[in-house]
Ligand binder design. Structure first.
Ligand code: NDP
Length: 488
């Protein structure tokens, strides 16, 4: 199968004719040939989007009308959600049952932002009866969207829906390792009734196509999700053009278990939080911090549960943990398992390739106990099915451990002492914190991280802030005094 770019309503190869190959994670066999975009292709896409911005109807359409199109796009996704899930499962190695959930969520993203754009008001500031100041939200211009390979379709729509809702034409650069599901977006956008040129797609390598999008002078806003180091590069590159940036970056999120918690539910959350979505999840609860009074019991039960996580072919309905995205990523995750053993952590579950799966990027659900902050597996984002467990004795120590990495994306607290839970909510450094809950998202709330986990927030009106400029208009409703200069 060949995948092309989609620019100004047309499927096109790269100007250079260059392509790259994409692999199927369950076998590592090549399945796709994909157009490899470069600065010239990005420029064509940006020009199409800019024309749609300056001359087209989209930015000028009333929010109600744009919302109708977004709902049409949601319906077009729903009409093919099984196909999206199938493609994503094959292309990323995600278990089919979880890929289906992500496809449904993609449609929900469009329905949700249709509602946001029709319910958002604009602010008015009155100064007595003398002056009226009102804010007009204007679409920023062409939005550059750069996305990662984990849950690619859902994350692409998480950016597309608010950018389009705000009135911005877009150029999307999907991740090189997961280009397939994005190839359905052109027909989805057309079926939804999006005007030509508003949605553009350029496949390619990050350092070339992605960097060209960041550097393009006619792209005033970049919304990026990916690794922290890539985010740093993009920030440096975007500085020349003083671009608006939204940065959703890496994580190493702690899950804190106190001895007064409902341990069975905390265990369910810990297992699901790190092994769902193949552990390739930015908000994965990859560090479990457990009070010493229940530590050994929790480690034993976590190891037992991990050993029973069903690793298997992504298309198998029984599979809970599929194949990791790419052999290069697989080798990286396995190298962390080796590092954990070498650094003296106690491997209590998994650690290797499960039996019966000789090819593809399969790794058993892996648990390390007795992990200390000095170890790399405690500090660095592994982005796979590997969890580190560390004991603590006091609340103070729990907070110190929770905050002992450079990341600050999510945190999860399990305790029946609500006063303590709220204290921790103040002192744990994380953009998002759940108390006695797994990661359940309310799409209206701000999503994002602190420290090395990101800059800015997305979700609800926070996303609309990324793609709009607040334009203030001052109106005198009485004759306000004007200092009289130039009278001699
Ligand atoms: P990467 O940072 O490697 O890539 C993300 C995207 O950026 C890809 O499309 C990539 O292209 C592109 N890219 C790479 N280099 C550049 C560059 N110099 N300029 C512009 N674009 C570039 O992330 P991964 O794809 O490996 O995704 C995993 C990471 O994403 C993890 O760190 C994870 O935590 C994070 N993530 C964060 C989330 C959050 O909301 N905080 C949510 C989901 C994931 P290419 O594919 O060719 O490399």
């Amino acid at each position: 199968m060949n995948l092309e770019h989609y620019i100004d309503g047309t499927h096109v190869p790269s100007v250079s004719g260059e392509t790259f190959t994409s692999l199927e994670p369950a076998t590592n066999r090549p399945t796709l040939t994909v157009a490899s975009g470069d600065a010239e292709d990005v420029d064509l896409a940006v020009r199409a989007a800019l024309k749609a911005f300056t001359d087209g109807p989209w930015p000028r359409m009333p929010g109600e009308r744009r919302a109708e199109v977004l709902r049409g796009i949601a319906a077009a996704i729903e009409a093919r959600d099984e196909r999206i899930a199938e493609l994503e499962c094959g292309d990323t190695g995600l278990p089919i049952t979880q890929a289906r959930g992500q496809a449904r969520r993609a449609a929900q993203n469009f329905r949700f932002f249709a509602d946001v754009i029709t319910s958002l008001g604009e602010d008015v500031y009155r100064v007595g009866s003398a002056q009226l100041n009102y804010v007009v939200r204007k679409p920023v211009g062409v939005a550059g969207l750069i996305t990662p390979w984990n849950t690619p379709f859902m994350l692409e729509t998480w950016k597309l829906a608010p950018a389009l809702a705000a009135g911005c034409p877009v150029v999307l650069k999907p991740a090189e390792w997961s280009p397939l599901s994005a190839s359905l977006l052109p027909e989805i956008m057309e079926e939804g009734g999006l005007p030509t040129g508003v949605f553009n797609l350029v496949h390619g390598i990050g350092e070339r196509a992605g960097a060209a999008l960041v550097a393009h002078p006619d792209v005033p806003v970049i919304s990026f999700t990916g690794e922290t180091t890539t985010g740093q590069t993009i920030m440096r590159d975007a500085a020349t053009g003083l671009k608006t940036l939204s940065m959703e970056l890496g994580g190493k999120s702690p899950l804190l278990v106190f001895d007064d918690a409902d341990l069975e539910r905390a265990l369910d959350a810990a297992v699901f939080g790190v092994f769902s979505l193949n552990g390739e999840r930015c908000t994965a609860s990859s560090r479990v911090l457990v009070q010493d009074t229940v530590y050994e019991e929790f480690v034993t039960r976590l190891a037992e549960r991990a050993a029973r996580v069903r690793v298997g072919p992504p298309h198998d309905l029984a599979t809970e943990l599929g194949a990791l995205i790419h052999p290069e990523h697989y080798e990286r995750v396995v190298s962390y398992v080796r590092a954990g053993v070498e650094e003296g952590a106690r491997l209590v579950a998994g650690g290797g390739r499960p039996e019966g799966l000789p090819e593809g990027n399969f790794l058993a659900a892996t648990v390390f106990a007795d992990v200390t902050p000095a170890m790399r597996i405690f500090q660095e984002e592994i982005f796979g099915p590997v969890v580190c467990v560390t004991p603590f004795s006091t609340e103070t120590e729990a907070v110190e451990l929770a905050n002992a990495t450079r990341y600050g994306l999510a945190a999860y607290v399990w305790t029946s002492d609500l006063r303590r839970a709220h204290r921790l909510a103040q002192s744990v450094e994380a953009g998002m914190l759940w108390i006695n809950s797994q990661n359940i998202r309310d799409l209206r709330t701000p999503f994002g991280g602190v420290k090395a986990s990101g800059l800015g927030r997305e979700g609800g009106r926070y996303s609309i802030d990324v793609y709009t400029e607040a334009h203030i208009v001052h109106v005198a409703t009485e004759d306000l005094p004007i200092p009289r200069f130039g009278l001699g």
